[in-house]
Design a protein around this ligand. Sequence first.
Ligand SMILES: *[C@@H]1O[C@H](CO)[C@@H](O)[C@H](O)[C@H]1NC(C)=O
Ligand SMILES: *[C@@H]1O[C@H](CO)[C@@H](O)[C@H](O)[C@H]1NC(C)=O
Length: 330
Amino acid sequence: MAHRRVRAQPLSLLRRRPSVLLLALFSSLLFLAFLHICASVLRRANDLGRRCLANPSVFSGISTSAMTRTLKIAMVSLSLEEISDGVGRPTRRRSFRGVMAAVGGNKRAYAARMGYDFVDAHDLVDPGRPPSWSKIVAVRSQLPSHDWVFWNDADTVVTNPDISLENILGAVIGQADFETSPDLVVTEDVNGINAGVFFVRRSKWSENFLETWWNLTSFVQFGSTKSGDNDALKYLIRNLSSHELRSHVRISPMQCLFNSYPWYPSWKSVHQLIFSSGAVWRGVYSRGDFMVHLAGLDDKKEWADRIIQELEAQRRDYVYLTRQRPLYTP
Ligand SMILES: *[C@@H]1O[C@H](CO)[C@@H](O)[C@H](O)[C@H]1NC(C)=O
Ligand SMILES: *[C@@H]1O[C@H](CO)[C@@H](O)[C@H](O)[C@H]1NC(C)=O
């Protein structure tokens, strides 16, 4: 009896193993299919009814005292690739290599078309801190000569050049005139306020805010993927009184208004999709969004190149279609 059982066990295991293997294979395929479906559904968020630019009310930005003055806006960025951190430690330059070369043309073309100044402030980098902190220096340098400064990290691409920065400000601020507008316009992602893309208005409050942010030296971090500037900004905004927050800061209800993130399958992104699906949905990059931000991605140049190629293909399709079927027949 006992002898037979010992022999029977491995036999039955052997017999069962193919089905176990099949089951494992089948569930992995099912999981891959699930990831693929997630990615394509999220990519079509705007087709499925998501609205990033809800009620784009006209933002005049015209001061009541100054008659018909249009806003002077600077798009400020900083190419990080040629930067060392000044103390010989490795920085994030690896993942930023070639990114400004890939996206510079895209941003310059958008700014020129819209009448904004485009500034690459790489000459202002403070070598004593991780380069990401120098966005504060860069924004401060442009604030006296502009009404609004639109900061965008190097790893961003304008994906819908038909949306103006005034449209975006209008969607967040509404009908306010320049003097009564809030001073800081930001977005929130799964982790809270994001310091990668934001607007700052020229004002005393903004000057003081930027200086206080710069002064939060205890947040400076070297050597990790975090440099601390984002945590410092979060701390600063958390520390504002509710009155100050209400009158000076606006957080866009939709992250995709001007700071969309591409969604790609990874353990982290699947976890976020399951446990913070609302935040993922509000921020995921979908066709028609204003700006994509390659936050947290390592191969930034490849992503930027691919997205720019997609945009060019879309434009070619559009030109082709409108030539075939004119929108207005004479
Ligand atoms: C920032 O630090 C500098 C130098 O320590 C100081 O002079 C300045 O008042 C500080 N600014 C703010 C807004 O805290
Ligand atoms: C945080 O808020 C307190 C109380 O308003 C203020 O005294 C302090 O200066 C703030 N800290 C920073 C870093 O802004």
